[in-house]
Design a protein around this ligand. Structure first.
Ligand code: PLP
Length: 358
């Protein structure tokens, strides 16, 4: 294979480095007990109702899935009090990011986002040959005024992770209202709300209202975090019907598999599991805040199920030392936050192990 046979744009893409899997760390370091606090997954596992649904559905996997996710669509539309036509499902919200970029921008158009945010916006934009423009955060928060200033005629889609990953910060209702009011008409704004269910703050925007008010807004949510289904890959977007209709054209026909559809349907109905997940995160966050304060370690207050720590020393080194003690966190090298690590809030036992190791 000669390099000239490869699409030139491919050379620009830095491949995504996910959190290290537990089994890999056990194998490589010869450890028996390893905990993973690296990918903001649900530490309680999947909902037991989802597990039963997967078992029941297993005998149906000889058939193609329903491309429309019919039953899940009906159930979720009731849950969110929107029309079924306001929803589209994806193989993780990652796939919907790809669908959005394909639907609302062309080859040389610009995708706009923040410098320190979810890495997939940039990677997927580059995979599609789009240009990416980013603006710095302000005090670890999305700077909407700066985003506004960076808009050009070429800007087609703006990605705002709210709350943001990896910082855990959020932009509030007033900030978002102002931002949307003065937005040029040719732009689609995506609010990626992967951590929505963990947010307790009262001034967090009720983004579904922007859609019902007819604004050019798409909301992204996922079953990977609070619903505990990261391994099955299923997420969704909510937008005005005409936006969804165009996005449907860029979707693969069987993108969401049979097991994911059934599991999501069951997880959505398991309010006990969701409540329990929220509680363990709220309590774990309080415990970690107190422990970090005692140790004099700086952190960014978080609206999510993870915390960004400022260690004031090389984060990759600390990450490696934690690994040797069987604790997987995320170093922030890819995000250019060299002195930081990000830790997902785990079970009480996992949090204690992390604090002791740190
Ligand atoms: C975890 C996460 C997602 C979820 O991606 P899936 O493909 O649905 O697993 C999306 N956006 C952000 C900001 C995330 O942190």
């Amino acid at each position: 294979l000669k390099a000239h046979m490869v699409n030139k744009k491919i050379f620009e893409i830095a491949t995504y480095q996910p959190g290290k899997p537990i089994e890999e760390v056990k194998r490589e370091l010869g450890l028996q007990e390893v905990i993973k606090l690296a990918s903001n997954e649900n530490p309680l596992g999947p909902s037991p109702k989802a597990v039963s649904a997967i078992k029941r559905a297993a005998v149906k996997v000889n058939r193609y899935p329903e491309g429309s996710c019919f039953y899940l669509r009906e159930r979720l539309s009731k849950h969110l009090k929107v029309k079924p036509q306001n929803l589209i499902f994806g193989n993780g919200s990652d796939e919907i990011i790809d669908i959005i970029i394909k639907t609302f921008s062309e080859a040389d158009d610009e995708i706009l986002s923040a410098e320190v945010t979810f890495l997939e916006y940039k990677i997927i934009a580059q995979q599609n040959g789009r240009r990416v423009k980013t603006v710095p955060l302000n005090n670890f928060k999305y700077d909407l005024a700066r985003l506004q200033d960076a808009i050009s005629q070429k800007t087609k889609v703006i990605f705002i992770a709210n709350p943001n990953n990896p910082t855990g910060t959020y932009v509030d209702k007033r900030e978002v209202d102002d931002f949307l009011r003065s937005l040029p008409k040719h732009i689609v704004v995506v609010f990626d709300e992967a951590y929505f269910e963990f947010v307790k703050e009262n001034d967090f925007p009720v983004s579904i209202r922007y859609v019902t008010q007819g604004k050019s807004v798409i909301i992204l949510r996922t079953f990977s975090k609070i619903y505990g289904l990261a391994g099955l890959r299923i997420g969704y977007a909510l937008a005005q019907e005409k936006y969804i209709q165009y996005m449907e054209r860029a979707r693969q026909p069987f993108n969401v598999n049979v097991l994911a559809q059934e599991a999501a349907l069951a997880a959505l109905s398991d309010s006990t599991f969701v409540k329990k997940s929220k509680k363990i995160v709220a309590e774990g966050k309080e415990y970690l805040y107190q422990s970090l304060k005692k140790s004099g370690i700086e952190y960014i207050p978080s609206a999510t199920n993870f915390i960004l720590l400022n260690l004031r020393q090389d984060g990759v080194e600390v990450f490696k030392k934690l690994l040797k003690q069987g604790v997987i966190v995320r170093d922030m090298y890819q995000y250019n936050l060299k002195d930081f690590i990000r830790v997902t809030i785990g079970t009480e036992k996992e949090n204690r192990k992390f604090v002791a190791a740190l």
